[in-house]
Design a protein around this ligand. Structure first.
Ligand code: AMP
Length: 394
């Protein structure tokens, strides 16, 4: 069933605003979640990264918030600074394009609280940020949680884990009992599901259609190599595939710097983003990558969580994640909005078993390939079977 934003009862000015952003048709998660969001239902929404979940909760919020009132009416909680900024940017874009006088503010930790307090005096309608700092401002009576009608928890499986659940619950407790709660995440594990249901009155679980779970535009391949030759293999593959923009994933955040330096040593145009880095450095790295200054972004799952980077056509896994869901999370960074993508895993013989596991769990084809004389070929193929390099269609 396809629907339009008009079918979903979205206001015309918002529809016009979305059009200016090039958004014409709702995605599956939007079509499923928006009507429930508008009905004030508590929602657990599961949908892969890049499938439009931000607007799935923002559009109902735009409907419900009364922008003529000088009142804080919605809180959106997100786990990373980048994600907070991304969400706030989407709010500002939509407000501007649809000419709604919606005011929003981002509230993140580790920055000057006095400036935030100053900005809160303008009584923004939507507050996007990290739970810890928001809670502090509620306690200091700078945020009035009593007028909040909707709370969104983005990246729910992360924010509802042991490290974060305490503060999240504390924020929720400061609001009225009849407020709406929406939890969104690419994957929702059993624990997050149970906790969400506990926090909600009458939870409705919304999933994007199954076909969206595995993106048909993304192809998966892997290459076998020794651990010590992984970087060299990556270098060969980059030379053969010439990706315009690729993310190189490793497992451990504290190895990002060393991996980035190794890639640079091999004359690869790489930049790393890592949690421990200064915020400015992180921002610069991301801007550089978005703006085509760098070809490769080295990241861990944690560092890259929630980032929306357009036009990434290749993902390289220099390490394989333990958790199959994480493999899909990483793959979700490419092939966005109908574009083609390729996920390339560089694995040792020991890790190959993990590849088999991912294939079984998701009923997914991950084909083995080999690098041969500057090209990507079928395993065992010699010169006579020479094949052109694999490259995703643009
Ligand atoms: P998200 O999953 O919310 O991170 O969204 C991923 C990207 O998809 C963002 O760049 C959005 O602007 C874009 N997007 C969201 N909804 C739609 C839609 N209905 N049609 C086309 N693009 C969309």
């Amino acid at each position: 069933m396809t629907s339009t934003f008009l079918d979903l009862k979205i206001n015309e000015n918002l529809i016009e605003g979305l059009k200016k952003q090039g958004i014409e048709e709702p995605t599956a998660i939007q079509a499923n979640a928006i009507p429930l969001g508008l009905e004030n239902k508590d929602i657990i929404g599961q949908s892969q990264t890049g499938s439009g979940k931000t607007l799935a909760y923002l559009l109902p919020i735009f409907h419900k918030v009364d922008s003529s009132k000088r009142e804080m009416q919605a809180i959106i909680l997100a786990p990373t600074h980048e994600l907070v900024m991304q969400i706030e940017k989407q709010i500002k874009t939509l407000a501007e394009n649809s000419e709604v006088p919606m005011k929003s503010i981002s509230i993140i930790g580790n920055v000057n609280i006095d400036r935030q307090i100053e900005k809160l005096r303008e009584k923004p309608h939507i507050i996007v940020g990290s739970a810890g700092r928001i809670l502090e401002l509620i306690k200091r009576k700078k945020i009035n949680a009593q007028t909040v009608k909707t709370i969104v928890i983005d990246e729910g499986d992360r924010l509802l884990d042991d490290n974060n659940i305490g503060v999240i619950k504390d924020v929720i407790k400061t609001t009225q009992r009849d407020r709406q709660l929406m939890v969104f995440s690419a994957t929702i594990n059993d624990r997050a599901m149970t906790i969400s249901k506990e926090l909600m009155k009458d939870a409705v679980v919304v999933k994007a259609e199954a076909k969206e779970k595995l993106n048909p535009n993304v192809e998966h391949i892997y290459f076998l190599t020794e651990q010590r030759d992984k970087i060299e293999m990556l270098r060969k593959l980059i030379a053969a595939m010439e990706p315009s923009k690729a993310i190189v994933f490793i497992n451990k955040s504290d190895e990002i710097e060393i991996t980035t330096n190794k890639l640079k040593f091999h004359k690869l145009n790489a930049v790393g983003i890592y949690g421990a880095a200064e915020k400015e450095d992180r921002k610069k790295a991301l801007e550089g990558f978005r703006g085509d200054k760098y070809q490769l972004l080295v990241a861990s799952e944690l560092a890259a969580r929630g980032l929306d980077i357009q036009d990434v056509n290749y993902i390289f896994n220099l390490d394989l994640p333990e958790d199959p869901k994480e493999y899909l999370h990483r793959a979700g960074r490419t092939g966005r909005m109908g574009k083609q993508g390729l996920v390339v895993s560089i694995v040792t013989a020991r890790e190959e078993a993990q590849i088999k596991k991912f294939q079984n769990v998701f009923n997914l084809k991950i084909a083995q390939k080999e690098a041969y004389m500057g090209a990507v070929v079928e395993p065992g193929a010699g010169k006579e079977n020479y094949k052109k390099p694999v490259s995703p269609k643009k």
